[in-house]
Design a protein around this ligand. Sequence first.
Ligand SMILES: NC(=O)c1ccc[n+]([C@@H]2O[C@H](COP(=O)([O-])OP(=O)(O)OC[C@H]3O[C@@H](n4cnc5c(N)ncnc54)[C@H](O)[C@@H]3O)[C@@H](O)[C@H]2O)c1
Length: 328
Amino acid sequence: MTGGLRVTVTGGAGFIGSNLVSWLLRHPAIGRVTVVDDLSTGSTSLLGGDPAETDFRQGSVLDAGLIEDAVAGADAVVHLAALPSVPRSVADPLATHHANATGTLQVLEAARRAGGPLVVAASSSSVYGAQPDLPKTETSRAMPLSPYAVSKLATEAYLGAYHACYGLEVLPLRFFNVFGPRQRAGHPYAAVVPAFIDAALSGRPVTVHGDGTQTRDWTFVDTVCEVITTAITGRVTSPWPVNLALGTRTSLLDVIALLDQVLDAPVRVEHAPPRPGDVAHSQADPTQLRELFPGVSAVPLREGLECTVAWHQDQHPARSHVDARGSR
Ligand SMILES: NC(=O)c1ccc[n+]([C@@H]2O[C@H](COP(=O)([O-])OP(=O)(O)OC[C@H]3O[C@@H](n4cnc5c(N)ncnc54)[C@H](O)[C@@H]3O)[C@@H](O)[C@H]2O)c1
């Protein structure tokens, strides 16, 4: 592959990263994609596109030599590598800090030495934490409730500082609850949508922490990929964090009701105690996102869930709607 923009994606073998790599490889302006991933939660089996088109480097962003090599010559770096779980950060705050905060610093140092590619990085709606305002506006005070949220606040703040101190072009994006194909269940820190789908397809009850009235701004992964791809090809930058969600708000119980419809079977629910660090309500103010990316459009939640359920069924062909229905 020759010509076109060169992009390095950290965490490119993870859920969002692997979807993004597929998007990038389909774009005519993108010439080469390099992936850095230590496979701590990701897998090369998720990597999209033709493997011959992806330069995969297994290792940690904390490895200065490896990341410097992977970023050299890049036009853009998309930094997604992180330990992405709130409960995991509560169990092991230092591991989260090293991977997420120090890891970001290592990527920024590599970018600075490489002569300044655009750096797009994943922050998180969790930085709003106890902030009661709804919707969440970027200028609202961040009130993180978990070590994970603090590590993401550090991520976005480091991007701003590298812009101010070294003139690096940056775009810190606050992802809200992203879901879609390639987001795996079956591990202790699984996100809620794949955990729900996996349980429902296996005929198990879904576990809801708390009463299920907590709300989230669910974002289909294609929306995230579209925004990042547009940022790279159109060189969209902002030293300040930008919400990446479209301002919707749906409760866990309503997501389960939608899954009932998509699976055409009632999903059984069991309740567990609320988790420390969880926030009650989350909804983005999408004004900045719409200004920077006027073409971005939301994928309706039901459509996204249908696509995600289909992916889970492809992974486990033995499971089907009939299995789910028959088990109740
Ligand atoms: N999924 C969401 O809803 C959501 C919400 C907010 C923010 N985010 C952020 O988006 C990014 C991607 O999340 P995801 O949901 O795709 O999670 P994921 O676990 O699927 O992807 C993270 C990837 O990073 C890799 N990784 C972890 N530590 C690494 C290290 N030190 N060096 C190299 N690679 C490393 C993992 O192996 C994995 O492939 C993360 O930064 C996460 O914090 C995700």
